[in-house]
Each structure stands twice: as C-alpha cells, then as structure tokens.
Ligand binder design. Structure first.
Ligand code: 13P
Ligand code: SF4
Length: 319
C-alpha cells in the first residue's frame, strides 16, 4: 500500500490544470520516463518542443535542453525539475572563450555546434547538430570549407573519420561516455562473444573501435529492436535500458564496463546531471511553476537561427 500521496496521480492532475507537457530524455530515471508525454533523444525532444501546443513545458533532462525548448517557444513557460542539472559538454565551451579563440585563430571558419551547449554558444554557431543528424548536416558543407566542431571532441573525431573531413575540434567531452574502459570491454567481448556491441559517438575512439554499431540514443534503441542478435553490450547512459527493455523485453542488455569499480547493482555509468531530477521535483516544478528557464530576447533570437537551420535540415526529404 502506498504511504504517501500518489505522485503519479498528482502529476497527471497538475499537468491538466497547467495545460503542461512533460518532455523527458531517455537518460531520465524510469518513473520520470513513464509520466512523460514524450520521451526521446536530443533531436526528438527539440522537435517535440517545436511542435507542442501546451502552455507549459516541463523539461526533464538537463539545462541546455530546457533552454533549447525556450529558444523555440518564447511565449511558453519552461520549467525544470532541478536548475542545477548541467552538462560537462556545455560547461566545456564558454562562449566568450570560444569567440576570442575563433577570432584569433580561425576567423573565417564555419561553426557547427553540438546541441549540448549553452544559448550563448548556439548564438555563435552557423548550425546546431545532434548525434542523430550530425553526419547529414556536416556532410552538407562543401568539402573544402573550414569548419570548427564544438564542443565534443569525440563526436567531432568520429565525424571526421566517417566523412573524411578535417574539422577543427574544440576540446570538450562527456564525463559519462568517456568513462568506458577499452581493456574491460575487450575482456567482456571475449566472455560474451554472441553479444553485439552498441556505442554512442560521445565515447572515446578506443571504445568506438570495438563497437559493432555506433549511433545516437534513439539509433541505439532502434538497433536493439531491429537486430537479429539477442544480447547487447551497450556503451551509453543506462537510462535508455528502460525503453530498450520495454521495446524488446526478450533481449538481454549488458552495460559496457567502466574504468574503476562499479557496484553490483548495475547502472554504473549514470549521468549525475540527468539523475538530479526526481519524480518529486517534477511534481514540485509543475505545482510551483518553478524553477523556470529564461533566455534574454536578443540572445534567444541569435540562438534560434542555427537551431531552425538544424530542424529544417533534419526533415526527411520528399521522395
Ligand atoms: P542524444 O540524446 O543526442 O543521443 O545525446 C546523448 C546525450 O548525452 C544527451 O545529453
Ligand atoms: Fe552531458 Fe554527458 Fe550527461 Fe549527456 S550524458 S547530459 S552529454 S554529461
């Protein structure tokens, strides 16, 4: 018997009262994914934010994602469960430092920026990409164009290799995806030789070289559903296991091993930022309409342009 108030019911009620939509990233804890109206990876969530008719967006993810929703929806109220939920990639690229460095060393370069960045960085960019569309968007630039790719050096290096380009890379990384251990992964592959290795392109090259399939969170989910294999070693944040297991309950998922020790309970490589959010904080944010995420109008307009370019380039081409 439940002892406290039923949070699920409370959230459903508040959602109606506020005419709110809950958008949740696949790295959120399972309960939050279950109360969400829409779960997805960064691109799918940006598209959902662009299309919503709700008055309030509760964004269960990290700060740059909610900020992106606000950039797309200036008249809507955007709230988050925890204002401190940040991202090591966004932190790695302060816009003023980037602007000074670019002006000094690469004044004419185009700037392609991963969506994991602040509004200030978006405003300095020619186009935004996510791990779902980066290959297509970078590939749309002329072969000789000078491009800076920021802030994820691992995704940038992966794209350079895949597309045969020489983009200049900003030196940022994801504290979660750089934790996987090549040595332990090779060992696990020997023990679990029937398992397919799936990896997110935010992982280091030493890990990606052992992957059978590399893709965004949504692409890895699709791969689990569609692959003929029954067992997978997954090198990404384990929040996605919830949706993978719902989509393919008969399949077995193993976490890729990390450097250092790991509790036997699993979920060894959770994103500490994503996991700041809890169901209670979701309820509080809907109840109090706080904390809100706002973007000054001039900055918002500058950041909107490369976002809209990304969303336009991500539309499926007419046959
Ligand atoms: P995607 O949602 O694009 O797969 O990115 C993963 C991630 O690390 C989000 O912060
Ligand atoms: Fe940022 Fe990495 Fe966490 Fe995603 S998983 S929010 S890239 S720190």
């Amino acid at each position: 018997m439940a002892l406290g108030p039923d949070l699920f019911e409370e959230i459903a009620q508040l959602k109606k009262e506020r005419n709110a939509v809950i958008l949740a990233h696949y790295y959120q804890e399972s309960d939050i994914q279950d109360v969400a109206d829409f779960t997805g990876d960064s691109l799918q969530l940006a598209q959902a934010a662009q299309g919503t008719t709700a008055d309030v967006i509760l964004f269960a993810g990290v700060h740059f994602m909610a900020e992106t929703a606000k950039i797309l929806n200036p008249s809507k109220t955007v709230v988050v469960p925890d204002l401190e939920a940040g991202c090591s990639l966004a932190d790695a690229c302060p816009p003023d430092q980037f602007a000074a460095w670019k002006a000094k060393f690469h004044p004419n370069a185009k700037v392609v920026t991963y969506i994991n960045c602040t509004a200030g960085m978006k405003a300095l960019s020619d186009v935004i990409v996510t791990s779902s569309n980066a290959e297509k968007i970078v590939g749309s630039f002329g072969p000789d164009e000078e491009i800076i790719f920021a802030p994820d050096r691992n995704l940038g290096r992966y794209l350079n290799e895949k597309l045969g380009r020489k983009m200049i890379l900003w030196d940022g990384s994801c504290i979660v995806h750089e934790q996987f251990s090549e040595r332990k992964l090779v060992h696990l592959k020997v023990l679990e030789s029937d398992a397919e290795v799936l990896a997110h392109p935010e992982c280091e090259e030493s890990v990606l070289r052992h992957a059978d399939y590399v893709g965004s969170t949504a692409a890895l989910l699709k791969r689990v559903k569609e692959s003929e294999r029954q067992r997978f070693i997954v090198a990404t944040e384990p929040g996605i296991f919830h949706e993978m297991q719902k989509a393919a309950p008969e399949k077995q998922l193993l976490e890729a091993p990390i450097h250092g020790s790991c509790p036997t309970t699993g979920a060894c490589n959770e994103c500490p930022h994503m996991k700041r959010n809890t169901l209670e904080k979701v309820r509080n944010a809907l109840r109090d309409l706080a904390p809100q995420v706002d973007v000054p109008e001039e900055l918002r307009v500058a950041a909107l342009k490369p976002m809209l370019r990304m969303l336009e380039l991500s539309k499926p081409r007419a046959a």
